[in-house]
Write a protein that binds this ligand. Sequence first.
Ligand SMILES: O=c1nc[nH]c2c1ncn2[C@H]1C[C@H](O)[C@@H](COP(=O)(O)OP(=O)(O)OP(=O)(O)O)O1
Ligand SMILES: [Mg+2]
Length: 199
Amino acid sequence: MENTIVIATKNAGKAREFRAIFEPKGLTVKTLADFPDLKQVAETGKTFTENATLKATAVAHETQLPVLADDSGLMVDALNGEPGIYSARYAGDHDDAKNNAKLLANLSGVPAEKRGAAFHTSLVLIKPDGKKLVATGEVRGEILTAPRGTDGFGYDPLFYVPAEQLTFAEMGLAMKNQHSHRAKATAAMLPQFDAWWED
Ligand SMILES: O=c1nc[nH]c2c1ncn2[C@H]1C[C@H](O)[C@@H](COP(=O)(O)OP(=O)(O)OP(=O)(O)O)O1
Ligand SMILES: [Mg+2]
């Protein structure tokens, strides 16, 4: 158990990305799928970091294991930063297809040069004793007018990275893990991770 980190997520796409990062470090990765009896944590915070802290704290308390929580979302320039912290529930019920359809509808008629957006991730690591580590990451891109690609999850098929001429759903896991907001937040966190882990 002392090698185990719990990713406080129900999102299989996030879990896959974190496994690819932590398993090569020799850690055993568990997710909320391994703790089916834990109650849902309400994301009632006003910021990504508040929500990640709520998720991490609750799960560390209940599992008595070190926990990483990720709260993330898409901030679209032409929509004044929406859907932001409400990205998962944008169209009501955490349905990726409906969220993407609503995003496209709300951007209809917006020209390419005004379709800029950023993905944000806040990561919060917490141990049962309360020792905490916080890191954030962002990546900019553009929202296409139609989906491209089949990998990834969430808004990935609409999030286009001009420098690579690919959407996140066209990159595949390894390449997305070099470019994504989640990858950048993880990179920001890793230099402090070993000290946090050992302490
Ligand atoms: O890399 C990404 N590629 C595409 N979409 C993404 C990404 N990262 C976040 N997103 C979207 C998915 C969801 O609509 C929202 C996150 O919401 P967020 O509450 O952090 O995650 P979630 O509810 O899916 O899982 P959980 O809270 O159990 O970790 O932003
Ligand atoms: Mg969530």
